[in-house]
Design a protein around this ligand. Sequence first.
Ligand SMILES: Cc1cc2nc3c(=O)[nH]c(=O)nc-3n(C[C@H](O)[C@H](O)[C@H](O)COP(=O)(O)OP(=O)(O)OC[C@H]3O[C@@H](n4cnc5c(N)ncnc54)[C@H](O)[C@@H]3O)c2cc1C
Length: 442
Amino acid sequence: MNTTPDVKEAAVDFGHIVDSRPLGVLTAPSAAAVQELLCFAAPHGLPVSARGGGQALFGQGQAHGGYVVDMAALNEVRCAPGERTLTAGAGASWHDVVRAALAEGLTPPVLPDHLGSSVGGVLSTGGFGGSSHRHGLVADQVREVEVVTGTGEHLTCSPDRHPDLFRAVLAGLGQCALIVGATLALVPAPTHVRRYRLYHDSPHTYVADQRRLARDDRFSHVTGQARPALGGGWQYMIEAVAPYTDQPCFRQPTADDELLVGDLDHDRDTEEIADLSYAEYLHRLDRDERLLRATGEWHRPHPWLTLLLPEAAVSSFVSALLTEDAQHGLRTCGTVQLRPLTGRNLHAPLLRRPAGELLCLLSLMRTAPPDRPGVVRRLVAANRALYERSRTVGGVLHPVAALPMGPDDWRSHFGPDWPELVRAKDRYDPHHILTRGYGLWA
Ligand SMILES: Cc1cc2nc3c(=O)[nH]c(=O)nc-3n(C[C@H](O)[C@H](O)[C@H](O)COP(=O)(O)OP(=O)(O)OC[C@H]3O[C@@H](n4cnc5c(N)ncnc54)[C@H](O)[C@@H]3O)c2cc1C
């Protein structure tokens, strides 16, 4: 068992808000090592959490008074092109997954925007990407998962094998088992994409266009942002992507810009159109990450909040929050992401979502100044206020957030699915040792 410097590293995460040292860190070279630790920890009631890419925001992967399992060594990726599947260790990053899949001309149908997170970490929260309006969650593409439960059972689960555990693991916040590997479905990858950036002055026209794009499948990827406008106020940008394959014998007609965006309500004078290789598109955030690391922003506190809103509430909810004093810092140190989603394509049962056909994922991705704990406290309190307000319009939390939550909050979050989660917890982690950083249990 390692103690330093891994223990110091395991005490922090991307959020840089909660800081709790575990007793030790296990660098897991195999599922058997994870099993051994859990068999030891369970009867002693010692907390255990997995750590993948360390991108948690509020200590959700920390293990106060217990052990963190560093999954980094479980990073093998094997592609089975004939079966159109890929099997990845939980500690593999999405960079590793993309590399192996693209080498065979294949791709997962949904990928998180940022490829630095781990397979296990993203599957445990669900995982949204640019194509989620068509294909749902990253977790919805999983064929089977290899796990070690809180009692140390090493099991493979799928819709047919241990289906209750399969349902409890995907988007299950690490509550019933630690994921050690997963088999994902793949589809043929395009070689290129045409990317459109379409700017709107009004949230109403933006939402109306997003609604149209979420419904009609003309683009493979659709996402968007609210951005500070020159001279004050905000503008709204849709980023939409149409794939094509650039091989002489398969060449598809060049995307017809007029057909794709001619009926939308954006400002035609400012639209930006670019052709990129598909690989360039998938790695689009790498440059931003390098920049944020170089400026130090990457290592500052990140009091982020992620909410799922019913589409009908988006325009007024977002307009109101952008003018609030509490959200002032978003203009200079934040990104406001607005991702359109279709409810019928989201399948993982533990992913809570608002009722209705069309939804929007709202992510407030902001950075707070270092050494200003008062500012961070204020922003975490503002997250709570926004979360409460979102609930009054039918919104729900997406648990990638800097937001303290207690057992009562979670019971109401999971609503009708709470009893099934409790049953799975009693069966697979009766000592309540797994992933306690979310605060689900007293
Ligand atoms: C810059 C950035 C961009 C992001 N972009 C997206 C995006 O586009 N789409 C999206 O959906 N999310 C996105 N996220 C959120 C991120 O994917 C989730 O927070 C994810 O859980 C991080 O996984 P990790 O392994 O990197 O983090 P970790 O901090 O290591 O883990 C996060 C949580 O998952 C648990 N966990 C980790 N590994 C396992 C495992 N093997 N088994 C069970 N539980 C495990 C941890 O205990 C912890 O609770 C982004 C986050 C950041 C910081």
